[in-house]
Design a protein around this ligand. Sequence first.
Ligand code: PML
Length: 245
Amino acid sequence: MDYYSLKMRASQQVGEGDQKHEQHISGAERIVSRDAVEAVCSAMAHRALTHSKGDPDFINIKIEKVCEKDIQILKALPVTRIDVDTWQQGLDKAFELVGEAAAGIREKLPELLQATFPMRGAMLYDIATGTRLEPDQQRGVRATYMDALHSSTVDSCKNHFNEAIVLATKVANAPGMVAELCISDDPNYITGYVASKELGYVRIMKMKEMGDENGGRIFLFDSRKAKAEDCIEFLQKKKVLVETA
Ligand code: PML
């Protein structure tokens, strides 16, 4: 069976004169069978047109055919959750878990996380050399071409957890990946996570203050285990379907 990858991004022009620039409003991606393409496409347009961040000036929906033989099927990471009283406790817990997965990184994490806030993609940080490996540090690295296997529903609005478990599963399986830390940039969504093949997907129910627009992702990679090019190639090009329970 042939599949199709659909990617949507919507943006708005903001600012005046020299300050004029594109502001991201919403994005989504799916890998679906041929018969679902039209419905998913329409749901994506709906999502772009009804986003709380505003009315888009530009909506791009890209549709590409994907051969079944090029798709890797992965089992979703097992999910656990940690309840905390305050977001500060949640953030500490996340740093602690990542610190156990990557020795010596604990103290650097607050600064690294801060640096991800203006980025659209994730930071790719090499724990072996202490350097950032994104080819474009403003843009970051984006994990793409992934979806849940057999997902028949057409979500017209974002389901943070469903999308994140798919992304985290793909990322955890990338060559040389040690762990991921994520905080949503949605001001109304305060749950974040830490994930790796060893830890699974650990949801931390409060990781920032409600109303805070800052969020970001750090991919911790170990260049002693794999080549950075192979990791980036997997994150950005490999087609992955994730088997969720
Ligand atoms: C995002 O907004 O892209 C990040 C979503 C994090 C989801 C955390 C969870 O609910 O498990």
